[in-house]
Design a binder for this molecule. Structure first.
Ligand code: TRP
Ligand code: SF4
Length: 404
């Protein structure tokens, strides 16, 4: 009987910027909520990352961490299936960051596009710091410490995952050669057990002697689906197949998801720095007045002027919230001046207020019981540390450092 393959790991993080908005929800969080039921997920609040740009005023950091966590729970992240934690509660990230920093050429970090971009954009801050330069490598450590297979992030973070892959490759290249690799791999082959051991040997021989890639694939599947062996043995068996060493830190992949464009109230992308947001748990009355005042097609001055939905941010919101029939109604009514902008916004206002009310309802019990959130992240940190320690043990062993 074949056992199902263990769920692959997903990891992502978010900076504690304070209360989240609908752009954060539709751009990332909603996707996380779905992923938690398909993968083994680790999601963390990146408080150390916040320090890399916001080191001067940390007075509201705790408050912001808390708000983000409650927003996550309100949005439907489920601590029963996903591991939710705070980065600084898992100091293992810092140790791996330090170790990786030893083998990372300066040029790799100086070349990360966000390094120069952010320094230009955030001119009021002095970002010529060691921490800011190293922050993409801290992100690499965040990912590699869990040996995550997938990292769901937006376009702006792809370069960081690419750096992570390079860092992993370099680490494996330098430290991935165990002196007793063959012996350990052979022992792991026996661990597979019975028929699987025989099958692995046959498939490996077919691949290595005849270059049969079909056999390679079958052997890889056999190893991946085996739940009796340890993570380390799995990596050995995979490396042994192709004649490479052990992969101590596997290379993660970006999980790019098609996220809708969420316009802010002024038509630009919804973003905290533009002050054009609708909060995930904002007061419904405030939401209604904000939406009523939201920017529309600027060419549509009078009610009798026809408009162009393609030039209207409100129509972009319809793309996020409305079904096809409503979108067609809005688009046709706009072009023919059959409806006014307030008519057009009405179904949208209803949908958004309903969504926000759901968030507010779910947030309430966490607002009322601060201990609930504290317990969730305490448990999350415990689980995360367990996983992180396993990787760090392997890393230390490979580098001939102390072993716990
Ligand atoms: N740098 C990310 C951001 O600014 C947050 C982050 C930190 C992250 N560590 C991560 C995202 C690890 C994915 C994986 O949005
Ligand atoms: Fe925008 Fe709707 Fe007004 Fe057209 S009718 S300009 S789509 S708000």
């Amino acid at each position: 009987m074949s056992t199902p393959a263990p769920a692959r790991r997903v990891l992502s993080g978010m900076r504690p910027t304070g209360r989240l908005h609908l752009g954060n929800y539709h751009g990332a969080l909603r996707n996380w909520v779905e992923l938690q039921y398909q993968y083994e997920c680790f999601f963390f609040v990146a408080d150390w990352h916040m320090l890399t740009t916001g080191y001067e005023d940390t007075s509201r950091l705790q408050e912001h961490v808390r708000e983000v966590l409650i927003d996550w729970l309100a949005a439907g992240l489920n601590p029963g299936v996903a591991t939710l934690f705070i980065q600084s509660h898992v100091p293992e990230h810092a140790e791996l960051h330090l170790l990786l920093s030893m083998i990372t050429p300066l040029g790799w970090l100086e070349r990360v596009p966000s390094y120069k971009d952010q320094q230009e954009q955030l001119k009021e801050k002095d970002l010529a710091t060691y921490g800011f330069l190293g922050y993409p490598l801290l992100q690499s450590a965040d990912i590699l410490i869990y040996r995550a297979a997938y990292v769901p992030v937006g376009e702006d973070q792809v370069a960081h995952v690419e750096l992570t892959r390079e860092a992993a490759r370099r680490f494996n290249h330098i430290y991935g050669r165990e002196p007793d690799f063959e012996a350990k791999a052979e022992k792991a082959v026996k661990e597979l057990g019975g028929r699987n051991t025989t099958a692995y040997r046959q498939l490996r021989r077919k691949f290595q002697e005849a270059g049969d890639t079909e056999s390679l694939k079958r052997a890889q599947a056999l190893v991946q689906s085996n739940t009796r062996i340890t993570l380390a043995d799995r990596e050995r068996l995979l490396g042994y197949l192709e004649g490479t060493g052990v992969t101590i830190l596997p290379e993660p992949q970006v999980l790019l998801t098609a996220t809708p464009k969420v316009p802010g109230l002024d038509g630009r992308k919804m973003s905290k720095s533009y002050g054009n947001t609708i909060g995930l748990r904002e007061e419904p009355d405030a939401v209604v007045s904000k939406l009523r005042a939201m920017q529309t097609d600027p060419a549509r001055v009078r009610r009798t002027d026809p408009g162009d939905p393609d030039k209207c941010p409100v129509f972009d919101l319809h793309k996020v919230y409305s079904d096809e029939a409503t979108r067609r109604w809005a688009s046709e009514g706009c072009r023919s001046a059959g409806i006014g902008c307030l008519d057009c916004k009405k179904p949208l206002i209803e949908k958004i207020v309903e969504e926000i009310n759901g968030m507010r309802r779910r947030a309430q019990e966490f607002e009322d019981n601060p201990d609930l959130v504290r317990n969730i992240v305490a448990e999350g940190a415990e689980k995360a540390r367990e996983a992180a320690r396993q990787t760090l043990d392997e890393v230390r062993r490979a580098m001939h450092l102390r072993i716990d």
